[in-house]
Design a protein around this ligand. Structure first.
Ligand SMILES: Cc1cc2nc3c(=O)[nH]c(=O)nc-3n(C[C@H](O)[C@H](O)[C@H](O)COP(=O)(O)O)c2cc1C
Length: 191
């Protein structure tokens, strides 16, 4: 059986104050939140340097699709108890402190303690189009590793949920993902 992985957005701050926004799967191990960023990772560098991160629960899936298509400038607000930033659109956020860093050549493990948690808006339930955008964003983040045929087949399947249940935000997010596939295909052809 797999440990459940929850798709969240991690905000971190570099030593020069720059805010970084990245979708990341997290695991919950008792009191700890476990992050496993693949190297190289700005999130990894920022969390190790600052000792802090913010976990954001987000249903505006434009953040997921945007981050994997070069749109990372999502509005943030100051965290309440750590020197960090949380997403302005987060339904809830958890402020985290790094307690253990197990380094690895490929995928280090960061264990973080919850310092403070705040709910800003209710979670309205699962939505298929939002799930489809998150799945699509995962595919786009692996464009360079997966065969184009698999990407096309899976995007076409996910399109069904978009057509049936998407609102304007998911249509916008989905269009960014489709554009990214088209641009990648055009670049591959011109090589
Ligand atoms: C839903 C979703 C989950 C992801 N989970 C992870 C993860 O657990 N670890 C990781 O390294 N990248 C993950 N990615 C890819 C990162 O968001 C992306 O590669 C990002 O740029 C990470 O590197 P960074 O810290 O340099 O921004 C995920 C992407 C998506 C769309």
């Amino acid at each position: 059986m797999n440990d459940p992985i929850y798709e969240t957005v991690i905000t971190s701050v570099a030593t020069d104050g720059r805010v970084h926004v990245a979708p990341m799967g997290v695991r919950y191990a008792g009191e700890r939140v476990v992050l496993m960023p693949f190297k190289p990772s700005t999130t990894l560098d920022n969390v190790v340097a600052s000792g802090h991160a913010v976990l954001n629960i987000v249903t505006d899936t434009r953040v997921f699709a945007g981050c994997v298509t070069g749109r990372r400038a999502w509005p943030t607000l100051a965290a309440e108890c750590i020197a960090g930033q949380r997403l302005a659109c987060a339904l809830s956020h958890v402020e985290l402190e790094l307690v253990e860093h197990s380094d690895d050549a490929v995928r280090p493990v960061l264990r973080l303690a919850r310092v403070h948690a705040v709910t800003h808006a209710p979670f309205m339930g699962l939505n298929r189009a939002q799930a489809a955008v998150v799945e699509g964003a995962v595919l786009i983040s692996r464009l360079h590793m997966l065969p184009m045929e698999k990407i096309e087949t899976e995007m076409n399947y996910l399109q069904i949920a978009i057509d049936k249940t998407a609102e304007a935000t998911e249509h916008e997010a989905w269009a960014w993902l489709r554009e990214a596939v088209a641009a990648y295909r055009a670049k591959a052809r011109s090589r």
